[in-house]
Write a protein that binds this ligand. Structure first.
Ligand code: ADP
Length: 623
């Protein structure tokens, strides 16, 4: 019999299969089952209009058999089968799965990814088999054929005997080596696991003989074995079922099982989009951030199915970074099983799905804020920081999308508030959104700079996570109200008369303030009298964009470039300490007082002081 050569491209693909890395090998079963399911689909559709098929939906099935002695796995279907011509064309070339773009050999790494994540069809059988034999009889034909190949060398086709319509594919497994074992694929439980993982939602039953061990009736230690033909797949995916048939429990346990979480999700959404793009999705918000959520190791993404068949475990393109906490899956009929990763990234269908999913997530979150505030606060505790990073990242591109999802602590009380709530509560005359940054609620509340703003009856947002202030700087405004740090030097809270009075005092104490400024050269730009302090003697404010807190955050990052905020030290003219300073003007004590006050201001900010030894000496001396 003549051995025919594979087409050049097919040969290359086969070569890739044979040398594929081990962890990808298991997908061969998914590929064969998908093909079998497609073939059954074709005959099933024919049966709807053609009585000569003589089969009803219940008759169709895929069957898997393993034979440990012969080391074979057999996948059989009663689908449409292949004619001699189809065998030649479909299995002799890879034209049918032509979406796999070929690259040069030095990009083998990428090819391996494709094998792992996407289908490469029938040829994947050669990842585990040393010989593949296909017996097939097409519907409407009385002849059957046998196709056989041992890999790159080529294949043979000959007539054979087969009584029923359909296809049977026999894989003779490769021998185990020191590095790689193939015998595992002869274990029914391993096969069952693979079917569950990759092919659970195939619409036709996938059957295999399974042996079960049970206690013999009436005994406590005698077992008997029974063998039954089991259906391994659950067939109808949860997301294809009607929402009305399903309970919260169904959705929650599906999540916990599928995404291995010991806690039920905080929220879920079952999406069925029948328009364009057409897809089903199950989206979940976990109750807790995974332990690696805020690290580089965390991988975002949704599972991607094409018509019930898993094609990718974590499709990152389906989720923007700021919603990376969402888990779940998307199933679309319009995606090809054999699409490559590179093509997927540019796939318009996938992009449309991603946009649609983003909208869904947003509207779910908005809904949660409105209808279940407690839950939203819990959600925000777990994932809010990610939303704030989202506002800040990509040059603020997503701030419009995200700003109404943010919560901040505030001077109002224990409960965090939205920006809209802040703006709604602004009294007449307040033009800006005030905020103060610090390590905790308590630390911020104790800041001297907050006093004057609170005295005015204005609310202050408490920025207690490092990203808060960066997000605010990126937003610049909310509803046309600018964000303003209470530590900014030009905090304009006084009336005209108050300003005038302060200016006069300032001129009177000009020399004293200059003396103090000199003592703090390199630390602050200047020392001025303050209108914002009530009970405290001193505070630090900043000029320009960079505040002291931002300086702190930025300088804690692992970079050589250190930044420095432009600081101004403000002294309370009504404070006894200032009265004392006035009596000391012109003496060397002014410099010592100035340094002490500066350190004191740093401590109030929750910042480390630069020279603790000097600080402590100065205190002793002045005491
Ligand atoms: P794809 O499934 O992407 O087309 P494959 O290499 O897996 O690529 O299969 C090539 C073709 O061989 C299929 O399109 C189909 O026409 C045919 N084929 C494969 N398996 C079967 C089967 N079990 N029954 C009928 N036809 C099959």
């Amino acid at each position: 019999m003549e051995t025919k050569a594979f087409q050049a491209e097919s040969k290359k693909l086969l070569d890739m299969m044979i040398h594929s890395i081990y962890t990808h090998k298991e997908i061969f079963l998914r590929e064969l089952i998908s093909n079998a399911s497609d073939a059954i689909d074709k005959l099933y559709f024919k049966s709807l209009t053609d009585d000569s098929v003589g089969m009803s939906k219940e008759d169709f099935a895929i069957r898997i058999d393993v034979d440990k002695d012969a080391r074979t796995i057999t996948v059989s279907d009663n689908g449409i089968g292949m004619t001699a011509e189809e065998l030649e064309n479909d299995l002799g070339t890879i034209a049918a799965s032509g979406s796999l773009g070929f690259k040069t050999d030095n990009q083998l790494g990428d090819d391996q990814q494709i094998i792992g994540q996407f289908g490469v069809g029938f040829y994947s059988a050669f990842m585990v088999a040393k010989r593949v034999t296909v017996y097939t009889r097409a519907f409407g034909s009385d002849k059957a054929y046998k196709w056989q190949s041992e890999g790159v060398e080529g294949y043979t086709i000959e007539e054979t005997q087969k009584d029923d319509v359909g296809t049977r594919i026999v894989l003779e497994l490769m021998d185990d080596t020191d590095d790689e074992g193939y015998s595992e694929f002869l274990e029914p439980y391993r096969i069952q696991g693979l079917v569950k993982r990759y092919s659970d939602y195939i619409r036709f039953p996938i059957k295999m003989e399974m042996t079960h061990r049970q206690l013999k009736e009436g005994t406590t230690d005698e077992y008997e074995e029974t063998t039954t033909l089991d259906t391994l797949n659950s067939m109808v995916p949860l997301w294809r079922k009607n929402r009305s048939e399903l309970t919260d429990d169904d959705y929650n346990s599906f999540y916990q099982e599928k995404f291995v979480d010991y806690m039920p999700p905080m929220a879920y959404k079952h999406v069925r989009n029948e328009g364009m793009p057409c897809y089903d999705a199950l989206l979940y918000i976990p109750s807790k951030a995974p332990f690696d959520y805020y690290t580089r190791e965390f991988e975002k993404g949704l599972q991607l199915y094409s018509n019930g068949v898993l094609i990718m475990d974590k499709c990152a393109d389906l989720l923007p970074d700021y919603y990376s906490f969402v888990r779940g899956l998307v199933d679309s009929e319009d995606l090809s099983l054999n699409i490559s990763r590179e093509m997927l990234q540019h796939d318009r269908q996938l992009k449309a799905i991603a946009r649609s999913i983003e909208k869904t997530i947003k509207s779910e979150l908005v809904h949660m804020i409105k209808t279940d505030r407690d839950k939203y606060e819990k959600f925000f505790e777990a994932f809010g920081t990610q939303l704030k990073y989202g506002v800040y990242s990509d040059y603020g591109m997503h701030k419009e999308e995200l700003q109404d999802l943010l919560l901040f602590e505030s001077s109002r009380g224990e409960k965090p508030i939205t920006l809209q709530e802040y703006v709604d509560a602004m009294p007449e005359g307040q033009k800006e959104i005030y905020y103060a940054s610090g390590a905790s609620r308590e630390a911020v509340a104790a800041l001297p700079q907050t006093e004057a703003v609170l005295a005015k009856g204005y609310e202050i947002l408490y920025f207690t996570t490092p990203v808060d202030e960066f997000a605010a700087k990126q937003m610049m405004t909310y509803k046309e109200k600018a964000f303003k740090s209470v530590t900014e030097s030009d905090l304009d809270l006084s009336t005209e008369e108050e300003k005038k009075a302060l200016e006069e005092k300032q001129t009177e104490s000009k020399d004293l303030l200059a003396e103090m400024g000199k003592a703090l050269e390199g630390k602050v730009e200047r020392v001025v009298l303050s209108s914002r302090l009530k009970s405290h003697a001193v505070c630090l404010t900043s000029e320009g964009d960079l505040t002291l807190e931002m300086q702190q955050v930025l300088n804690a990052m692992p970079t050589d470039k250190k930044v420095q905020a432009k600081l101004v030290m403000e002294v309370n003219p009504e404070h006894p300490v200032f009265a004392r300073l006035q009596t000391l003007a012109g003496t060397e004590k002014v410099a010592k007082y100035a340094k002490l006050l500066y350190d004191q201001a740093l401590l109030l900010e929750g910042m480390p002081i630069e020279d603790p030894a000097e600080f402590s000496e100065l205190i002793c001396e002045l005491m």
